[in-house]
Design a protein around this ligand. Structure first.
Ligand code: NAD
Length: 398
């Protein structure tokens, strides 16, 4: 299909759709990506300095941003405060990468000299989910900026607030106009327009598998967009007999006893709590069979399924019998068991005697239907770069 845009509309699924805001944002991002723009002529080290300044501003406004994130998606304030520290750390890591992106020289056959350049892919559309909005914004945006791209961000329709506040801080940090654009809007309109836009070179999306499939289709419609997809998961956590149950048990019992001694009421799981807000007691299911819906489908809420198994081989086979492959964990005191499990489980992240250990340096993403590409670390920056091979005729003899 021809990449057609006219009168602020875009052609999606055989019809013209209003696309004024996204079109304006993509236009600004495209202008900011022109080879002679301020952004493209800027030294890579200066890109890093602006990002470091952005980290300073996030720390300066920590209280405000934490409260805003609580209003944004309902996450408790103490957790939002912790995310601010993680966010600043994340930005500084990506800032440090900006001037370390480099190609290589290649000893090729024939009378020639070859080298590679790593260059930003162009305008990137970044589509965010509602569950960790601020950190997700920071992870995707600062990775793309470290690579030298320009971006149009579409936060989830439920959670636009911190994305807008962070965009203002990026401007204050010295980001040239048009480099970062935020357009709040619905997925079916703003999101779909971005994924169909012929001037967008890459879509990085975090969200559900269903929408991830739509995005991959859209990415091939008006041009051939690169896609990075971080999708759902159904991640196994294996507890071996030789795991340190006692320490874990005492820790859990300690919390329960502490809660009781401080006057808290011990609740059983699965029911709604009160009528104010939308809170559910954490629920634990036992005797869950592999083919039940709660075993296979992503619930994305406080529901835990516990399965019994006899051998490591069986645990690996059953853990792999899902179309997802985001993460997995194992608790064991045997290094051999840990290494065997890590090698054979089909998941993008494996945690041993820990769970959800993340960091800006650690690539994160999924196998199979849990996604394409990685967030964080050098592997993430590579997603936002094209490799250009340059070969120059050069006789060996002088
Ligand atoms: P979602 O897929 O419904 O929405 C995510 C984003 O996509 C939103 O911004 C939405 O507006 C947009 N969108 C919706 N339809 C679209 C379309 N047709 N075209 C373009 N964009 C569209 O997901 P959600 O409910 O916001 O988030 C929960 C999901 O995200 C869960 O499946 C969860 O596992 C996943 N998630 C994954 C990771 C990870 O790292 N793999 C992290 C967080 C959340």
């Amino acid at each position: 299909m021809a990449p057609e845009i006219k009168y602020n509309k875009i052609f999606i699924d055989n019809q013209w759709v209003e696309a004024e805001d996204i079109n304006a944002a993509v236009k600004a991002a495209k202008r900011a990506f022109h080879r002679n723009s301020e952004w493209r002529l800027m030294d890579a080290s200066q890109r890093g300095k602006i990002l470091n300044k952005f980290a300073d501003l996030v720390e300066r406004d920590a209280d405000y941003l934490a409260e805003l994130e609580t209003y944004n998606n309902g996450m408790v304030l103490s957790m939002c405060r912790r995310f601010i520290g993680a966010s600043a750390y994340h930005i500084r890591y990506n800032a440090s990468l900006a001037d370390k992106i480099q190609g290589s020289t290649i000893p090729c056959d024939g009378d020639a000299f070859s080298y590679t350049l790593k260059q930003p892919v162009g305008v990137c559309g970044l589509i965010l989910p509602w569950n960790v909005p601020m950190l997700m914004f920071i992870s995707k945006v600062t990775t793309a900026l470290a690579a030298g791209c320009t971006v149009v961000v579409k936060p989830a329709e439920q959670t636009p607030l911190t994305a807008l506040a962070l965009a203002a801080l990026l401007a204050e940090a010295g980001m040239p106009p048009g480099v970062v654009n935020v357009v709040p809007g619905f997925g079916e309109t703003a999101g779909a327009t971005l994924t169909h836009h012929p001037d967008v070179a890459l879509i990085s999306f975090t969200g559900s598998l269903e929408v991830g499939k739509l995005i991959q289709q859209a990415a091939g419609t008006n041009n051939l967009k690169r896609v990075v997809l971080e999708l759902g998961g159904k991640s196994p956590l294996v507890i071996m007999n030789d795991a340190d149950h006692e320490t874990m048990m005492n820790k859990v019992l300690g919390y329960i006893e502490k809660g009781k001694s401080e006057g808290a009421k011990l609740l059983t799981g699965g029911k709604r709590i009160g009528t104010t807000g939308f809170y559910i007691e954490p629920a634990v299911f036992a005797d869950v069979k592999d083919d039940m819906a709660i075993a296979k489908e992503e619930i994305f809420g406080p529901v835990q399924s516990i399965f019994k198994f006899n051998t490591l081989e069986e645990a690996i086979d059953r853990a792999n019998a899902t179309n997802y492959g985001l993460a997995a964990g194992i608790f064991t005191s045997s290094i051999e068991t840990a290494l065997q499990f890590s090698k054979h489980v089909e998941a993008g992240n494996v945690w041993v005697n820990t769970y959800l250990h993340h960091g800006p340096q650690l690539p994160f993403g999924g196998f199979k239907e849990s996604g394409i590409g990685r967030e964080n670390g050098l592997d993430a920056v590579n997603s936002y770069l094209e490799v250009k091979t340059v070969t120059i005729s050069l006789p060996k003899k002088v």
